[in-house]
Write a protein that binds this ligand. Sequence first.
Ligand code: PLP
Length: 223
Amino acid sequence: MIEQNVKTLLKEIPEFNKFGEKITLVAAVKLQSAESINRAVKAGVTDIGDNHVQEFREKYQLICGEPKRHFIGRLQTNKIKYLLGKVDLYHSVDRFNLAEELSKKSAAAGIVSNILIQINAGNEQTKGGFSPEETCDAYEVIKSLPALNVRGLMAMLPFTDDEAELYRLATLMRQKFETLKSVDKNIEYLSMGMSGDWKICIDCGSNIIRLGTTIFGARNYDK
Ligand SMILES: *Cc1c(COP(=O)(O)O)cnc(C)c1O
């Protein structure tokens, strides 16, 4: 039950993290029907995040209630044009050429795009993003691009039951975030936490969590 899941979650998620920052729930909507997404929005979800450009386009006109739009998936540069001006926050800027193209196309459209720099917290081969050690260098380069507004970091954590390791990596990400925040007042968001680890992430200072399964149930990849 989507409505019940949302209600339970909104009660369970604290309003603020321990740093006094407001916590935002983003519904991860990959593979969900427009109908399911609209039910979540009606039940109180204010922000939704897409992974696939094709799905984003197919459902764009069908989403009701004007939720804030996030893009959280791997983005090919040739598909930026379909998202320009329609995404409030890009979480998944995971490489320099994507940042450059997004800036170039945003400038051509006369807009500034809000982005997060994606960090591959566990340095996993299967995941994109900069390594934690590269955070500050990546920030310096991307910050210099004219039509991007860097708003923070998005962390990809490993899928693991090892809570100590998750705490270690989430704390490391919070430290990287603090470092940027101390020099740039536009740095506001640390997007970290999925269905399996969001409580740990909030404990460590995340202020955006991206939940799919907890809201919609297990995804059906056969469709
Ligand atoms: C699918 C996805 C999520 C949500 O995953 P769940 O485990 O279903 O909560 C969060 N972030 C990204 C980038 C995703 O692709």
